[in-house]
Design a protein around this ligand. Sequence first.
Ligand code: NCD
Ligand code: ZN
Length: 347
Amino acid sequence: MSKKVMLRRKITLCRFDDMHCHFRDETLLKEVLPFTAKYCGRAIAMPNTRPRAILNAKDVIWYRDKIKMVLDKIPKMSFFKPLMTIEIRDNTTPQMIVDAHRVGAVAGKIYPLGVTTNSDQGLREFFSNGIKETFRTMQDVGMICLIHGELDSPRKLFIEREEAFLPIFLQLVENFPNLKTVLEHVSTEKGINMVAQLGNNIAGSITAHHPILTLNDSRLNPNNICNPSPNRFEDRDAVLKAMTSGSPKFFLGSDSAPHLREQKECANIHCGVFTAPILPSLLCEIFEIAGCLDKLENFTSRFGAEFYRLPPNKGKIDLIKKEWTVPSQYGSVVPFMAGAKLQWQLM
Ligand code: NCD
Ligand code: ZN
């Protein structure tokens, strides 16, 4: 038998949990949500929507209803459930945590001030008495703490921001040893090593783009520009290694972050990479090239659910080995890898 005949032509996977996804609002919500709902059982809906950010129980109900209204209009989307979150700001009180958790917010998201898209009112102070009470309440009610781990500080290049944040991350973890915390979209070797060394209440989410991009790839293509920025080769390789390691501490959080084409291909580039339409295909290819397709399902569909203490998703998805070209645009948004060829196709 030739080697070709032995290669896999079809793969069936449990529906994904995408533990970090931007669905936006209004027109973009309608355009982007169907991609994720097609292959995910659940996805964490990021709260940095504008003009209305998701900050409290009322916002959670409002945003979930909006998402459900869109889902109701798409056939066969009953498999999909959004997992709701709130933004944690300096004025987020323990009562806001309790109320948001009661209506179903599973996680609170911290954006340090000014480090990324829509973080203009992000957290300034990680260790004030007020915010400590808020974190303590999250710990008590079992709300997961999601952290955009970057710090904007003087004389730091943007590629050094994740490393600059790690001491704050460590102190937070030490102060709240029972707070389940995710260092999101880990993008550096140092970040990966820190997550790996910490206890089981600490995990790292990994995107599909950080294991394949370096600063070289984002320098001239605005559609590859995102936060945290793709970094050095050593960082990219460490992310890929963690992703394919089989460690339950690392799971999928795509950070699919759509922006209008005119907001990407312009002078004041909005940060964010739109991976939702190609995510299963791209992940299959990454894991296949790494020689560990057998580890893909744990990364996409098991470790995240276990960390969130959720049962595994019931539905399945199929991919077949068939080359296709990523369209140049989906609706108003240019997808990641537009025009490139991918080897796996979602059925
Ligand atoms: C995200 C966005 O566009 O909302 N952008 C990004 O570059 N990843 C915000 C975020 O998660 O940082
Ligand atoms: Zn994000």
